[in-house]
Design a protein around this ligand. Structure first.
Ligand code: NAP
Length: 344
């Protein structure tokens, strides 16, 4: 029987992707949709300015959107996928966990808390067991798991493939799509014919989240990875797909062909939404590109290319679909991991 789920922030850019992915999902059934007070009481069709590349699913079109409040969501919901603005998530997500709901969240609030697992299932599935620590410390009947920022998800799996060489220093420069800023995010006057070399708070997220994701969990405590990470984040006028340029210095010599093989062979999982392979490595020097490669693996794969030696270690490019792999798909995958591990 399908697990009954709800979407918090269902009308936004990520919320719409969540609905697109959850509607056909055999393990989940959408049974609640929430948004702001301005949308509450409207049908989903009225409330959402639908912009993803498939029609609004019939199952949700006439569902009534409620306020984002535990009292407004039915008790028989087993899991919530959250795509709320982080300031709102910080206020209300803990209330849902306290009320007994298991929340798989995109919002950045709490990602760096010691007892909140920040998980990419193919990279650090063992960190999910932090939920035991979380329940002990917070006394929640529910639970909270986070997926990282969309730009973090794009490069961390490629680093995970290289850990045996000893990661020392990582430089990453991003070219991020406008959908990463949400539906109302960047004004057209600001972004058309332009590139913006600043995304507030983003650089810090790449630097800190990557070290948490690649950290060691001993069953009680998580030790963050000691590598040094420097990020530079840029917004460009693509719709979907974040492209990143990466330089990695390692303890051991890392030839480009060995790095390509390590990425190609890095294992995926057999969760329903896991792509196979996880990392697609291009031979062509001008790939990956956002428009051509963001839908690899139904938008869940990471694409890499341009691997070469440089004076600053291994150099390469990588790409992921920011609202699928980097957001909604990442939450759904974490939901599948929660299900597989008996947390639902
Ligand atoms: P968005 O398009 O602005 O959507 C925000 C959603 O939250 C809408 O459903 C909105 O409902 C709802 N909301 C706004 N204010 C609210 C309030 N006071 N109470 C309850 N609900 C409220 O944002 P988004 O791009 O989908 O991002 C959502 C979250 O995912 C953010 O935390 C973002 O950082 C994170 N994220 C985004 C991406 C991406 O690529 N876009 C990637 C990774 C993570 P109304 O329609 O009623 O206003």
């Amino acid at each position: 029987m399908a697990v009954r789920v709800g979407v918090l922030g269902a009308t936004g850019a990520v919320g719409q992707r969540l609905i697109q992915l959850l509607d056909p999902h055999p393990d989940f059934e959408i049974a609640a949709l929430t948004a702001s007070e301005a949308s509450a009481g409207k049908t989903y069709r009225q409330a959402a300015k639908w912009r993803v590349d498939s029609p609004i699913p019939d199952a949700v079109a006439d569902m009534t959107v409620t306020a984002t409040d535990p009292d407004a969501v039915p008790d028989d919901i087993d899991m919530l996928f959250s795509s709320l603005p982080s300031s709102i998530g910080a206020d209300v997500e803990p209330d849902f966990c306290e009320a007994g709901y298991v929340v798989s969240s995109n919002s950045s609030n709490g990602r760096m808390d010691d007892d909140i697992p920040l998980v990419i299932p193919e990279v650090n599935p063992d960190h999910l067991d932090l939920l035991e620590v979380q329940r002990d410390e917070r006394g929640w009947d529910g639970a909270m798991v986070k997926n990282p920022n969309c730009s973090t998800i794009t490069f961390v799996p490629t680093l995970a493939a290289l850990t045996e060489y000893g990661l020392e220093k990582v430089h990453v420069s991003t070219l991020q799509a406008v959908s990463g800023a949400g539906y109302a995010g960047v004004s057209s006057m600001e972004i058309i014919d332009n590139a913006v070399p600043h995304i507030g708070g983003e650089e810090d997220k790449l630097e800190t989240e990557s070290r948490k994701l690649l950290g060691e969990f001993d069953g009680a405590e998580l030790t963050h990875n000691g590598m040094h990470v420097a990020a530079s984040c840029n917004r460009i006028p693509t719709i979907d797909g974040h492209l990143e340029n990466v330089w990695v210095e390692t303890e051991e010599d890392l030839p480009a062909d060995a790095a390509a093989e390590a990425m190609r062979e890095y294992p995926s999982l057999d969760l329903r939404s896991s792509p196979d392979p996880l990392i697609h490595v291009f031979e062509e020097p001008d790939r990956p590109q956002p428009r051509l490669d963001r839908t690899l693996g139904d938008g869940m794969a990471i694409a890499a290319g341009g691997l070469q030696k440089s004076p600053f270690g291994l150099q390469y490019n990588c790409l992921a679909h920011n609202t699928v792999r980097g957001a909604a798909g990442a939450s759904v995958l974490n939901g599948e991991l929660l299900l597989e591990n008996g947390y639902i």
